[in-house]
Design a binder for this molecule. Structure first.
Ligand code: F6R
Length: 243
């Protein structure tokens, strides 16, 4: 079931996401599912500001990230490990041992997927933050990914590599071709989900997620079956669902 919230701009979208986040981090031992990319950056900034201003503590928080590029060492400037540390973890008091991100620079990636899945299964995610790809992906579950997928190696679509080239000096060749991603089953297990989407280029994917046929062609459409999804959009991303 979708609760759809439409705001004028990205700042308001981020404030709305933070309002829900704040309820979750007040719980006893919250478990957060986190995303990288542009969409959650405003939310992370608000979490940092709140931590600095109000002393909100993350010492009992456990985090799981959705995905990581294969082949990038942790300290690569575009690894998701680096992204999360720079944009959130280094600026709040979450414990390093409570942070979980798949490792993309390992000898045996299949074993890493299995290890991550086993770890995930020991927890229940209270709040999962998601962005959505222009092709309808969530995590790196690209179109065609079976709805019963668990943590796996994903081949990135050309569209996704093109979209993400902006982080790699607009050089699509520099964008990794594969990633380790949490599967759709793990995302669906989260108690509560927030999807953040802004900008005109997300309008079709947002339409597919909410109003399209439930199909592996639009992986985000699986969320139609989740009992508690809040979709926070700006007017541009919402343009096709409003029509
Ligand atoms: C990131 C992730 C991706 C992004 C999606 C949207 O961890 O899993 O699914 O959420 O590609 O990216 P942005 O927010 O950069 O448009």
């Amino acid at each position: 079931m979708f609760n759809i919230i439409i705001k004028e701009n990205y700042a308001q979208v981020s404030s709305e996401a933070f309002r829900i986040m704040r309820e979750t981090i007040r719980k006893e031992n919250p478990v957060l599912g986190l995303a990288t990319g542009s969409s959650p950056i405003g939310l992370y900034k608000k979490m940092i500001a709140d931590h600095n201003t109000n002393g909100t503590s993350y010492k009992n928080v456990t985090t799981f990230n959705l995905d990581e590029y294969i082949g990038l060492p942790k300290n690569h400037d575009q690894s998701y490990w680096t992204f999360m540390h720079e944009n959130l973890f280094d600026n709040i008091n979450v414990k390093e041992e409570n942070i979980h991100i798949p490792e993309g620079d390992v000898e045996d990636e299949e074993a890493e997927c299995q290890k991550y899945e086993e770890l995930l299964n020991q927890y229940e995610i209270d709040l999962q933050i998601l962005g959505i790809g222009t092709d309808g992906h969530i995590g790196f579950n690209e179109p065609g990914t079976p709805f019963d997928s668990v943590t796996h190696i994903a081949e990135l679509e050309e569209q996704t590599r093109t979209d993400n080239a902006r982080f790699f000096d607009d050089d699509i060749e520099a964008v990794p071709t594969h990633a380790i991603t949490m599967g759709l089953v793990s995302i669906m297990r989260a108690k509560k989900i927030i999807v953040i989407a802004t900008g005109e280029n997300k309008a079709d994917a947002v339409y597919g997620m909410i109003k399209g046929e439930k199909s592996v062609d639009c992986p985000a459409s699986i969320l139609q079956d989740h009992p508690d999804v809040t979709v926070i959009l700006d007017t541009k991303a919402a343009s096709k669902v409003e029509a």
